[in-house]
Write a protein that binds this ligand. Sequence first.
Ligand code: 4NP
Length: 169
Amino acid sequence: MTSPPYRICLVCLGNICRSPMAEVVLRHRLGKAGLKDRVQVESAGTGGWHVGEPADARALAALRERGYDGSGHRASRFDASMFERYDLVLVMDRDNLAELHRLAPTPAAGADVRMLRSYDPRAAASGELDIPDPYYGGADGFSHVLTLVERAADGLVDQLAATLRDTGT
Ligand code: 4NP
């Protein structure tokens, strides 16, 4: 019998820039680590302005430049009922974290909620855990987000590989 997949949701504000980029990168890294069927990755935004839209053209371009394809993305909004659907909810910045705490004020609700960058050892050591919102900036900001996301995804996949191996789940 196969165990159910470990479920992760990546969360930012609009679900058209940072979390879709993180979703594509994390899924790619999980595939390379042979964990594609063991870990399911989705993303959502705390705000609903862009629901149903594809990722921002600048996010898609930054992804394409490094060989990723984000074209399948459609934005969705995170709501309180979704905490139960996930094992782990990973946010991009402190505002996202505060918003999720507002949605679920008690820790009882299912998923573990953490900052994505806490999985990047360099960021964890520096204490700078925000992935800055690139929406009102230029292409540089999107490229920078992608670099930060790639580092965090590497750390996260290492940890997932070790955990899933140890628990046999
Ligand atoms: P994201 O970026 O949270 O990384 O998807 C944003 C996208 C849209 C808006 C803000 C941030 N907005 O205000 O519409």
